[in-house]
Design a protein around this ligand. Structure first.
Ligand SMILES: C[S@@+](CC[C@H](N)C(=O)[O-])C[C@H]1O[C@@H](n2cnc3c(N)ncnc32)[C@H](O)[C@@H]1O
Length: 273
């Protein structure tokens, strides 16, 4: 597979590796977003969580909308022209490059995910503007060195980068390991780079979230929610931009947005000094 500029994309037959018998986070999330790339096991898992936490749909959509507002902020107000998006998810338009390149056509975006179904859809992520660039890396977030090495083919790590960790770090159960990964990524980017991070909340609708997480665990989807204070620690050493760490729908909301609901997703955006 290659994009319009002829760059090579992954070629291994990912479709052969897709196990539809068990739920996968990317496909459950796609179901909550109203997408079509999910299977009965994913829909069953998704529905089970909806029964326990009905606001999970608004949480997923609110997270996706936060991610787009944050990318627009980085491109339009912070002058960021390069993005590394870890835990990309099944393409849902507008994807990161569409948002960034609407502001700055020359923006370059590298997507990373480890789910074969996302790999199958990678072509949809490789539709860059002619003057920008996109790439897709099939890799695990636990291996930031491999990700950084592959991303360097498309991104210039001497220039600021927007690191996007939207709804991904809660797949890393070990908190020390989660911080090691974020620290390694931040160490690779120069001052003036930004970290965008959203994370399943442990301290919003805490009882429901605990039951929902336990239900997903029985279906082999392992998530580790964290409190606002724990999520804020990911931004240690960085300059959080206003309004700081908040629930996803309350981060620089579009005019007229409904902010009354409680959504169990914390988020923040911060600059590396
Ligand atoms: C909830 S989706 C988030 C999608 C997108 N970032 C967003 O916020 O809209 C989480 C994504 O992380 C991916 N993922 C889960 N574990 C991963 C890992 N160990 N390494 C890389 N990606 C992973 C899943 O395949 C899924 O596509």
């Amino acid at each position: 597979m290659s994009d319009e500029a002829g760059r090579d994309a992954p070629v291994r037959p990912a479709s052969a590796m897709i196990d539809t018998s068990v739920a996968h986070l990317a496909r459950v999330y796609d179901y909550w977003l109203g997408g079509k790339d999910n299977f009965p096991a994913d829909r069953e898992a998704g529905e089970r969580v909806i029964e326990i936490v009905p606001s999970v749909i608004d949480g997923a959509r609110g997270n996706r909308a936060f991610m787009r507002r944050a990318v627009r902020f980085l491109a339009a107000e912070a002058g960021i022209r390069q993005f590394l998006d870890l835990g990309t998810g099944i393409p849902t338009s507008p994807n990161v490059h569409e948002v960034a390149q609407a502001v700055a056509p020359e923006a370059r975006v590298v997507y990373v995910d480890n789910d074969p179904i996302v790999l199958v859809h990678a072509r949809a992520l490789l539709t860059s503007s002619p003057v920008g660039a996109t790439d897709y890396i099939d890799a695990d977030v636990h291996d930031p060195d491999a990700i950084l090495e592959a991303a360097a083919k498309t991104l210039d790590f001497t220039q600021p980068v927007g690191l996007l960790l939207a709804a991904i770090m809660h797949v890393v159960a070990d908190t020390q390991e989660a911080h090691r990964i974020v620290a390694r990524l931040l160490a690779a980017v120069p001052p003036g780079s930004y970290l965008v991070l959203s994370h399943l909340a442990k301290d919003v609708m805490a009882d429901q979230i605990a039951v929902g997480v336990a239900g997903l665990r029985r279906l082999q989807v392992e998530l580790t929610p964290r409190t606002a204070a724990e999520v804020t620690r990911f931004f240690d050493g960085l300059e959080l931009v206003a309004p700081g760490v908040v629930q996803v729908h309350r981060w620089r909301p579009d005019p007229g947005a409904d902010l009354g609901e409680e959504l169990a997703m914390h988020c923040g955006v911060a600059r590396k000094p």
